[in-house]
Design a protein. Structure first.
Length: 484
């Protein structure tokens, strides 16, 4: 270096080593390999070869399939620099759903899972700044095979306006749809229990807007599920009283049964410091996650808590978390997603998972979901390969959501990632290994202005407007707490 003389530094192989253009600080990226580092000043250049003799490997496995535990082949994975966001390498999973990145020279990295098999929609899940080590995620093929198709007759239904839901069990996210009237048409089974059977649960609301009836169709053979299947929706509703430290309302239940999740969330109770949690109890259920939520229509934000137990308790005593997320935003110029977080319970959080989604002029839907340390309140979108330019969000019309989550079974971001791998690759798996969890969220929908008291919410944790309800690999690390 010569005092007062500016130098420009470059690397001819940035996948092996990068260098800061103005400082000359070189960083190893992956080895073995070599990179030519060049310094230029006053038109004169000099070079030196940086040689990396090795590095660390990590394996990523994507599992899913009709039985929930088969490897998914052909899933595209990306690796980025955890500091600069530069794209470094990619791999594709084999028949066992596994792919390896070799020669990683840094202790942390960024990994993305690409779900672009459906030409009309796609998503990318990105785990930012994670430890280099083996990772398991639950995926869902864009077009998993249909194992059975049938109609459902929901007679009898409660009096008044008939409104209900049909929920098929799934791994990591119950596949639910709303139903108007007395029938649900074209129900498709795409996942089955480990015993090869499937189960279906129904809920029905009457004119009161509150849960009035339950129904179950358990342990059915997909090979014989054809035509119209009748379900009695007048099974008794379980009523559990609750008290709370601040106004809050029941938002739903996630039921775990034979390895499958069922999302039940039809109950329009108002926020209150006391009330009743109405729910459907399920025969042979393994566990329940009872969700309470305070959602503010005017700000588009909310906070909630989840209690996990083997059966409905005699009562709930709810402590509303001291958490607040606000101001979710996407800045196109800097490619930055940001939000603000506050509250005395922030120290109990284990991860944040901001989300972007949008539609293009042709009506195709795109989603970018991120998983990041909860201490961060902004992220810069990592670089994508040129052929994935469709996943670069536009300057306008982008829905933004920020979420934060903490479970008492783990402590911190890295521990949560380990727990996700051990639990089959989903946050729901971690949730059911916990006894309690806290969460908060904030959303900005460019097409649905917020109006006080409009009561709008998306299904199963999705926001209205742009938020989709179909399943994808990006859903693996989004906790599907039922929301009103």
């Amino acid at each position: 270096m010569v005092p007062g003389v500016p130098f420009v530094w470059s690397s001819d192989t940035p996948v092996v080593a990068t260098v800061l253009a103005n400082l000359g600080l070189a960083t190893a990226v992956s080895g073995p390999g070599q990179a030519l580092i060049t310094a230029t000043a006053a038109g004169i250049s000099g070079s030196a070869t940086l040689v990396l003799s090795g590095g660390v490997s990590m394996t990523v496995q994507i599992i899913g399939g009709p039985m929930g535990n088969a490897g998914q082949a052909g899933v595209r994975l990306l690796r980025n620099d955890p500091t600069t966001g530069a794209f470094l390498a990619e791999a594709t999973t084999d028949a066992l759903g596994m792919a390896a990145f070799a020669g990683i020279a840094t202790p942390r990295t960024t990994i993305s899972v690409v779900d672009d098999g459906d030409p009309t929609e796609g998503g990318i899940l990105t785990l930012l700044d994670i430890p280099v080590g083996d990772l398991v995620l639950h995926g869902s093929a864009s077009s998993p095979p249909v194992l059975a198709t049938f109609d459902v007759d929901l007679n009898p239904v409660p009096s008044g306006q008939a409104f209900g839901s049909v929920t098929l069990g799934a791994y990591g996210e119950g596949d639910a749809q709303f139903v108007f009237g007395t029938s649900a048409l074209g129900i498709q089974v795409r996942e089955v229990q480990p015993d090869g059977l499937f189960s279906l649960l129904t809920e029905a609301d009457g004119s009161s807007g509150r849960l009035e009836g339950c129904g179950m169709l358990l342990d059915q053979d997909p090979a014989t599920a054809t035509g119209t299947l009748p379900i009695d929706t007048t099974l008794p509703v379980t009523s559990v009283p609750y008290t709370a430290s601040a106004p809050i309302a029941p938002s739903g239940v996630i039921v775990l049964r034979k390895g499958m999740d069922f999302e039940l969330f039809l109950d329009e109770a108002p926020n209150a410091t006391s009330g009743t949690f109405l729910l459907c109890t399920v025969l042979d259920a393994d566990a329940y996650a009872f969700c309470f939520e305070d959602f503010d229509d005017l700000t588009g934000s909310g906070v909630g808590t989840t209690t996990v137990s083997a059966a409905p308790p005699a009562s709930f005593n709810v402590t509303v978390p001291s958490l607040s997320l606000a101001n979710p935003a996407f800045d196109f110029a800097s490619q930055t997603v940001s939000w603000t977080a506050s509250g005395s319970d922030l120290g109990q959080m284990d991860a944040s998972d901001p989300l972007l989604c949008w539609s293009d002029a042709g009506g195709n839907f795109f989603e970018r979901c991120f998983f990041v340390d909860p201490a961060q309140t902004s992220i810069v979108l990592p670089e994508l390969p040129a052929d994935l330019s469709a996943f670069e969000p536009p300057a306008t019309g982008v829905f933004v959501e920020a979420d934060i989550f903490g479970a008492d079974a783990v402590a911190g971001y890295d521990a949560l990632l380990d727990a996700v791998s051990a639990a089959g690759g989903t946050l729901e798996g971690v949730l059911f290994q916990s006894s309690a969890a806290l969460f908060a969220f904030a959303e900005l929908d460019p097409f649905l202005p917020l109006t006080a008291g409009d009561g709008r919410r998306g299904q199963a944790g999705g926001a209205p407007g742009l938020r989709r309800s179909s399943r994808s690999t990006t859903e693996a690390l989004r906790l599907r707490t039922p929301r009103r």
